[in-house]
Write a protein that binds this ligand. Sequence first.
Ligand code: IPE
Ligand code: IPE
Ligand code: MG
Length: 262
Amino acid sequence: MAARLTVSRELPTDLERDRLPQHVAVIMDGNGRWAQKRGLPRVMGHRRGVDVLKDLVYCCRDWGVGAVTAYAFSTENWKRPMMEVNFLMALIERVLRRELDEMMAEQIRIRFVGDLSGLPQSLQDEAARAMERTSHNGAVDFAIATNYGGRQEIVHACRAIAERVQRGELRPDQVDEGVFQQHLYTCDRVDPDLLIRTSGEMRVSNFLLWQMAYAELYVTETFWPDFNREEFHRALLAYQQRDRRYGKISAPPTPAAPSGSP
Ligand code: IPE
Ligand code: IPE
Ligand code: MG
């Protein structure tokens, strides 16, 4: 086990360092099914999932991926049984408190994206403390999407822009994609290059709707608590085989057409 971990601390040799995604987003799905398959309560899957997330963040640091965003709790997850919701809130808070010193030592910057005002006050306080303490860390920019919904984020941005227009700070014709992006929770981060979803579901479940415009999607059947560095390696290999065209054609660039030609 120790030997395997030592090996996987290095970037696998079949990955190209200069073509790694700058930002990886993960929908950590399948915790409940993982636990139920073992006859355990669903929440045991969440508990195990925390260790997996922690290792993913450290793996990103080891291999040179600079930013990670993990979907921890969606705006729709409030519809779950109260006991599970309470467990998740307490878990996030406890893990933050427990891991903060190590995250500091490992130079991980912690952020939260989502509507923090809807979270229990003690979690809001813990989140604020973690964000402030780690704000100068530069190894991995790690965002935890909590009480996050892509639609909610877009509405939040629209409202902030409308208020600025009303105050006369902006004209409606100045609102473009750049201005809009500046009002998102992720305003100072690059968009995800790669989205990984575990447990085989082929949907985005209201995650980073704006930011995902050109992300490469990778879905694995593995439940989140079984995700590991080998799985991440496979996702990165798949990513490096993609042809990211951004609407252009795949052929190599041709010499620029003379100006004025159609
Ligand atoms: C993802 O696992 C974690 C959260 C949504 C908090 P699930 O709890 O959705 O697990 P499944 O999808 O029901 O198996
Ligand atoms: C998405 O998983 C949210 C998180 C991982 C936090 P869900 O389990 O809530 O998504 P659906 O219900 O399958 O779309
Ligand atoms: Mg799920």
